[in-house]
Design a protein around this ligand. Structure first.
Ligand SMILES: *[C@@H]1O[C@H](CO)[C@@H](O)[C@H](O)[C@H]1NC(C)=O
Ligand SMILES: *[C@@H]1O[C@H](CO)[C@@H](O)[C@H](O)[C@H]1NC(C)=O
Ligand SMILES: *[C@@H]1O[C@H](CO)[C@@H](O)[C@H](O)[C@H]1NC(C)=O
Ligand SMILES: *[C@@H]1O[C@H](CO)[C@@H](O)[C@H](O)[C@H]1NC(C)=O
Length: 613
């Protein structure tokens, strides 16, 4: 059955003394008991890079770790980006077919990034990818999208090619298959060529269906290119929701055709604006990456100057603007809160909702915002009504407008946890099935979330901007969340939540701008991604660290700039001293791939050494 394994076209390469030159690498890495151990190169030894050793030595470098059975070959062959081919065997719609084709082009462009520093190609294999998608005719990431996929890689000896079969029920599932395939390919810096595992079986599906990252582009503006790079990083970690917290007290950087006043009054400047064209390009990229873009225009609080265009005709849209002392009227300056008793507010909201849905194509999931309403601000103006009642009234009216704008209520509409949350079960009972809470704090009372759909984004574990000090308070703010802390947090275990839709990391950008972005996001967001996709009980152990380190290199190869976890030399120590055990957790069906020694293709290496000598 696996007869190809005995097909010998790869010859063992040993460095001869004559090959040694001053350019010879300082270390060679050898797989000993499933760990990569460094030693000095010598003529008796095979020369192997850490990158290649990592990929061949232990079979679990896919990030996030698949949840189904996996077996990976420990032999590799050289490949190159322009010799990948796609054949779509089954696609339930023209649109899915087109998306597969374009996602494949992205796969090739990712490969080209990885092979950028390749020095030569010889004896490469052709890689034929065959895709079967058999169910969902809608390529978008939907609430009910089945993200399961199967990946099957086999060499074909008659034609010196590799066949890859990816099967899934949806485009998004197949896209995850592309991603896993990409993770079986790396650049060997010693050989100077792209290598790929020549055989693999992977079955995989996520534990949670909502796996998000929130980015706040209001407090500080990020050029669209930064957001697109972030989308790419999310895709590499199989996250599926880019929660775009696009506006806040400080700014409204989205130019809307329906309500141009918002960015005219609310943007920091004419250049700190997202145009419709930019949003479209982000959404297009995200869709091809299996990611939904969930734009949140936060109301009724956190609205700021953007709404300050009331007039004698339409009345005040905004109350408490710039009130001082601000701490009495809002959670952060500048103050401003929508006027819940002005019907024009709701007409404008309907236009905003309709345009956002049209821009993103996301009509089954929505975010109303709804955090940190100042009861005092409203109490000042409507002193005969309980502000909480006003808030219920405001939220009901917003939901009605959302229903008009969308033609129907989305399957799930999210609200930040707040004093209003307690009223959902009493005052908004008819919405209970379609409302969900985004829970920000571990201190949130557990009984309140029973029976409600829940997204966890506990900032005391998963906020990525913490630890940088505060800009408007004297205390230092919350402490930094290390990647270990992010990884080990499993809120569904301790809380009584019974309807968990997923989780999300948050990047409130109060003290963050484009320069520091990648270092804040990566690798911590990838740590969260594995928590949400795989959710193994194990903590941030050394094997996890070693795997995340491999993933970090992958993110770098694709253009991100993640932080280091420690001194570079520590990699050596970590990988060296720890016997990798995580294989035991896997349901390995085919251990036949194991114990194969790896041989780099001779021609590929010869090429390298010709250049070295
Ligand atoms: C699609 O394929 C999966 C796995 O092979 C199978 O379980 C499912 O029933 C198929 N769906 C359809 C509509 O054929
Ligand atoms: C939302 O979608 C899920 C998954 O398809 C489905 O089970 C649920 O019934 C839907 N809920 C509503 C309120 O439509
Ligand atoms: C309520 O507001 C009205 C008009 O703004 C004011 O005359 C009255 O004193 C207020 N009552 C209280 C209890 O603040
Ligand atoms: C694989 O290697 C281990 C020790 O490293 C050995 O115990 C085992 O028998 C080997 N398996 C095969 C199939 O050769």
């Amino acid at each position: 059955m696996f007869s190809y394994l005995f097909f010998i076209f790869l010859t063992n390469f040993r460095i001869s003394h004559s090959d040694l030159s001053k350019n010879l690498p300082l270390w060679t890495w050898e797989c000993v008991n499933e760990r990569c151990a460094p030693s000095r190169p010598s003529p008796e030894k095979k020369l192997q890079s850490l990158e290649t050793c990592n990929m061949l030595c232990s079979s679990m470098h896919i990030w996030p770790q698949p949840t189904g059975p996996v077996s990976l070959s420990s032999t590799a062959v050289p490949v190159r980006a322009d010799f990948f081919q796609l054949q779509i065997l089954t696609a339930p719609s023209k649109s899915v077919r087109e998306h597969l084709q374009k996602a494949f082009e992205l796969l090739k462009s990712d490969l080209k990034k990885i092979q950028k520093n390749a020095r030569g190609f010889e004896e490469w294999r052709t890689v034929n990818i065959r895709v079967f998608v058999n169910e969902s005719s809608d390529p978008r990431m939907r609430i009910d999208t089945n993200e399961r996929y199967k990946l099957f890689v086999r060499p074909k000896f008659t034609s010196r090619s590799i066949t890859v079969d990816i099967s899934a029920q949806s485009f998004c599932g197949a896209r995850h298959g592309f991603e896993t395939l990409l993770q079986l390919i790396w650049l060997d810096p010693y050989a100077g060529c792209l290598l790929m595992l020549e055989a693999a079986d992977v079955e995989d599906a996520p534990r949670f269906k909502y796996r998000g990252l929130l980015m706040d582009t209001a407090r500080n503006y990020f050029p669209i290119g930064d957001l697109i790079r972030t989308i790419d990083g999310m895709a590499a970690s199989k996250l599926n929701t880019f929660h775009w917290h696009i506006s806040d007290s400080q700014a409204f950087p989205l130019r809307l055709v329906s309500t141009p006043q918002l960015s005219e009054l609310g943007a920091y400047s004419n250049s700190d604006i997202y145009t419709t064209k930019e949003v479209h390009s982000l959404v297009r990229r995200a869709t091809l990456r299996g990611i939904r873009v969930l734009i949140e225009v936060d109301t009724p609080a956190h609205v700021g100057y953007a709404w300050n265009w009331g007039s004698a005709d339409i009345g005040d849209l905004l109350l408490c603007i710039d009130s001082e002392p601000w701490s009495d009227f809002c959670h952060e300056p500048p103050c401003g809160q929508l006027n819940p008793r002005n019907p024009h507010v709701y007409e404008i909201l309907e236009r905003i909702y309709a345009e956002i849905i049209q821009l993103t194509g996301v009509d089954d999931l929505f975010h109303l915002g709804g955090d940190e309403v100042s009861e005092r601000c409203w109490a000042q103006h409507f002193n005969y009504t309980d502000p909480l009642d006003l808030w219920v009234e405001y939220t009901r009216s917003s939901l009605e407008r959302l229903e008009y704008a969308n033609g129907k209520l989305p399957n799930l509409t999210l609200l930040w946890t707040s004093p209003l949350s307690e009223r959902i079960k009493t005052d908004m009972r008819e919405y209970i099935r379609v409302l969900g809470l985004q829970v920000r704090n571990t201190a949130w009372v557990h009984k309140q979330i029973i029976g409600l759909r829940t997204i966890f984004s506990h900032e005391d574990n998963w906020d990525l901007n913490n630890g940088m000090g505060m800009w408007h308070e004297s205390n230092g703010g919350a402490p930094y969340n290390s990647w270990q802390r992010v990884y080990e947090h499993r809120p569904w275990v301790r809380s009584n939540a019974d309807m968990v839709e997923g989780g999300e990391a948050t990047v409130w950008s109060s003290v963050l701008s484009e320069d520091g972005l990648d270092g804040h996001l990566w690798p911590r967001t990838a740590a969260l991604a594995e928590r949400l996709w795989t959710d193994r009980a194990e903590g941030a152990t050394r094997p996890v660290h070693a795997r995340l380190d491999v993933h970090r290199s992958r993110l770098i190869a694709r253009g991100s700039k993640p932080l280091h976890f420690g001194p570079s030399g520590a990699r050596k120590i970590v990988l060296h001293v720890f016997k990798i055990r995580h294989i035991l957790h896997l349901l390995l069906k085919h251990i036949k791939f194991k114990n194969k020694t790896f041989h780099i293709n001779n021609a590929c290496l010869k090429n390298t050494f010709i250049k070295f000598c």
